[in-house]
Design a protein around this ligand. Structure first.
Ligand SMILES: Nc1ncnc2c1ncn2[C@@H]1O[C@H](COP(=O)(O)OP(=O)(O)O)[C@@H](O)[C@H]1O
Ligand SMILES: [Mg+2]
Ligand SMILES: [Zn+2]
Length: 246
């Protein structure tokens, strides 16, 4: 915090003196939660191209009634998730559906809502997390890489974007299983997005060419995900980028 921005009420300590029934005590200054939310937001790892997204700027298209109803419903469910967070039964959220339907947008929007409430959230692109864990095995690895795995385990809320976006290799499946299992066992919320078809969710996939979530992350991890997450299926929704080229 710069000199000029020091809070005039608490002089930057985050605590203010209060008088109650003739006794003087201290309580949190109002600037504290704002500062904490800002600091959490800065260390949350939100990618630059998703910095602007929010629940408010998630558009519901007016032109197609079925899409409109489905996306409207999805947005309501996401808002419920935020309001009820952390729900005792399913504290996490799994967003599925084809590329471009808005999964990452919604996941980051949820993150921001939780960050503003003082929850520590950490965004990881799945591929990037894998790369960092792999490079952490190298003895010359930097601290950030070495900490990636621990952060993925310990973050209060982990956002794992594009889960399974890689050829399934044994160590990757094992690593993901241990991250998901650890979080499951410790009731740590996970918000994940994936464009892999999830058979048990949609019935048998007709698309035999595509690997399923189970095939890529393994049955154990998938089943844990289902136990810990509310599922939001956006499959069949249009690619937002095709309609509105940027
Ligand atoms: N309903 C929507 N309203 C506003 N922007 C959207 C919507 N859906 C997607 N986008 C935007 O389109 C782009 C692609 O969406 P994204 O969330 O990355 O898709 P996915 O993660 O499902 O592949 C992003 O820039 C996102 O902000
Ligand atoms: Mg995405
Ligand atoms: Zn203050």
């Amino acid at each position: 915090m710069t000199e000029a921005a020091v809070c005039p009420i608490c002089e930057g300590t985050g605590w203010k003196t209060v008088q109650r029934a003739g006794l003087s005590g201290v309580e949190r200054c109002s600037c504290y939660s704002e500062r904490r939310a800002r600091e959490l937001q800065e260390s949350a790892g939100i990618p630059p191209n998703y910095q602007h997204v929010s629940l408010e700027n998630f558009e519901i298209p007016g032109d197609h009634p079925i899409v409109r109803a489905a996306l409207g419903q999805a947005l309501i469910q996401v808002k419920n998730f935020v309001r009820e967070f952390p729900a005792a039964d399913h504290p996490g959220l799994l967003l599925t559906g084809d590329p471009g339907v808005g999964k990452t947008h919604l996941a980051v929007a949820v993150m921001k809502a939780l960050l503003s409430r003082g929850r520590e959230c950490l965004f990881f692109d799945y591929q990037n997390l894998i790369d960092r864990i792999r490079s952490s095995w190298d003895s010359t690895a930097g601290t950030a890489d070495r900490e990636a795995y621990r952060s993925a385990l310990e973050a209060e809320v982990l956002v794992l974007d594009d889960l399974g976006s890689q050829r399934p290799i044994d160590w990757v499946m094992d690593t993901m299983t241990s991250i998901i299992t650890y979080r499951y066992n410790n009731v740590k919320p996970l918000i994940a997005t994936t464009n892999l078809p999830d058979h048990e969710l949609n019935g048998k996939s007709k698309d035999y060419a595509r690997k399923t979530l189970t095939e890529v992350i393994g049955e154990r991890a998938r089943s844990r995900l289902h136990e810990m997450c509310r599922i939001l299926d956006l499959s069949g929704m249009p690619d937002y980028r095709l309609k509105r080229p940027r």
